[in-house]
Write a protein of this length. Structure first.
Length: 500
């Protein structure tokens, strides 16, 4: 599930010019792999780095990536797991359908993370910490035929200035790369983003490892094996996936285009870049909704926002949903229940109504429909002598709901990316306050080159475009900071404002 960044793109991937020896050694089980994670607790950023070397060490592949999932889940353990997932997926790609190697050495300085390589599905349940990554590791190793040979490596051995073993040297390098990746994520400076390197040389059977790795990460993270993760994260603790019509859910997903599937994956995992998420990432100074300007824009607010533009989308949804229910010969009682439930959110007494009420209407719109509700619709079809299926009926409603969600998100983004709105949300008001303060402080103590920026009146300056004001403030503030005469302000400490 996504951090609230694109969670499946490796930040960095590099290799030696040739990898033929590495692939040969991999098939013989003589490669050596090491991963390491980095968790910057104060900045709440996490990343991992990994490398696979040939037996002689002359050929290698290495990479780094941000830790997937919500920032609330970040930890050193999750960082280590991410590195092991990257190694495991890369090895699966290297195998390329060939007979698996007898075993592969995988080193890591996290003992608990290494133990995850030998877990089975029976060892993992919805309450297991980091169940999403553990499920991926379990699926890879239990389905590929490969056998990992976990080796614990002592971390930070370079601090002792003693001779290092090969695995320790690899671990030191991965530790530095993971830390650098996490630091780059923290600073969010575009010019410092780690580029993709060595793409053309990393191939197996004429397939680019980078592209395959991207697809493998995406497939592993959004596949159906993570339903327990959704159950734990999305549903009430006393409500399980056993209550959900998952056959209809899967059928609906199969009918959707990839862009919609990606969007819904972010919706389910709560990684859409809402105001709350952006503020958590320190990419915005507040979490107001771009449409109604209310505080605390989370994904639920995107759905229920009472801005007139959101109301129009919602009303069209209600009208079209009602028409869909009519066109699909929905049981009149079910149709009334759904429409009233979505509009009023009030409780009902009958069991099939209580189940959906318990699952929740936000989850209903997200695609989770109660089994008993689907069964009741199936029974109604039988009374009509219809050959229609309750599963297809539920699938159509799910798809219809997802389209409404997507329209709400696109409508919200359309407003957000209007220049005046995004500038206002990003820091327009604090900028005007700081410009007034800098202007009032005068330019007498500043170098002559700056004096021309004070020739217009303050009112004229504040009436200028946002880009002009940003440039004015950047010049004056930069010179003052370089002379160490700048007064402390919100721009001194806010990373979001300084980046903007």
């Amino acid at each position: 599930m996504t951090k609230i960044r694109e969670l499946i793109n490796p930040h960095f991937l590099d290799s030696t010019r040739e990898v033929d020896l590495l692939i040969r050694d991999f098939s013989q089980g003589t490669v050596v792999a090491v991963s390491d994670g980095s968790y910057l607790q104060e900045a709440n950023e996490a990343a991992a780095a990994w490398t696979i070397e040939s037996a002689c060490g002359t050929q290698w592949i290495m990479g780094s990536l941000g830790v997937p999932g919500s920032t609330e889940d970040y930890s050193s353990y999750r960082s280590e797991l991410t590195g092991l997932v990257a190694i495991s997926l890369t090895m699966k790609i290297l195998a390329g359908g060939c007979p698996p190697p007898p075993h592969v050495i995988i080193g890591c300085d996290g003992k608990a993370a290494l133990e995850s390589l030998i877990l089975t599905k029976d060892d993992i349940n919805a309450n297991t910490s980091n169940v999403d990554l553990l499920s991926i590791l379990s699926d890879i190793w239990n389905s590929s035929g490969m056998r990992p040979h976990p080796v614990h490596v002592k971390g930070h051995q370079d601090d002792d200035h003693q001779p290092l073993t090969r695995l320790e040297k690899m671990n030191v390098l991965m530790d530095k790369l993971a830390t650098m990746t996490a630091t780059v994520q923290q600073e969010r400076v575009a010019s410092m983003k780690i580029p993709f390197l060595g793409m053309k040389s990393v191939t197996r059977d004429s397939k680019h490892i980078a592209g395959c790795l991207h697809k493998a990460f995406y497939s592993a993270i959004v596949n159906g094996n993570l339903l327990k993760y959704y159950e734990k994260k999305l549903l009430d603790s006393s409500c399980t996936m056993d209550n959900i019509a998952m056959t209809a859910f899967r059928h609906a997903r199969l009918t959707m285009q990839l862009g919609m599937v990606k969007f819904m994956s972010k919706w389910w995992s709560n990684t859409l870049l809402t105001g709350v998420i952006l503020q958590q990432r320190r990419s915005r100074i507040h979490n107001r909704c771009p449409r109604c300007n209310e505080w605390g824009e989370d994904k639920l607010h995107v759905l229920v926002c009472w801005d007139s533009r959101a109301k129009i989308i919602r009303q069209k949804y209600f009208d079209s949903l009602n028409q869909l229910l009519v066109n699909t010969s929905t049981h009149p009682e079910i149709r009334t229940f759904i429409m009233e439930g979505l509009v009023q959110f009030f409780r009902h007494n009958e069991q099939w109504k209580r189940e959906q009420q318990h699952i929740g209407w936000c989850n209903f719109i997200s695609g989770f429909i109660g089994k008993m509700l689907v069964t009741k619709q199936q029974e109604y079809y039988k009374t009509l002598g219809s050959r229609n299926k309750g599963k297809q009926w539920a699938s159509k409603i799910i798809v219809h709901n997802w389209h409404m969600l997507y329209k709400q998100w696109l409508g919200r983004n359309e407003v957000l990316h209007q220049k005046e709105i995004i500038n206002s949300l990003s820091g327009g008001a604090p900028l005007d306050i700081e410009i007034e303060r800098e202007y009032d402080a005068g330019y007498e103590d500043l170098p002559p080159i700056v004096h021309k920026w004070f020739h217009m009146s303050k009112i004229q300056l504040l009436d200028k475009s946002i880009e002009y004001k940003k440039g004015w403030f950047l010049i004056v503030r930069t010179i003052k900071e370089s002379l160490n005469v700048a007064e402390y302000s919100i721009f001194s400490s806010s990373r979001a404002l300084r980046k903007w």
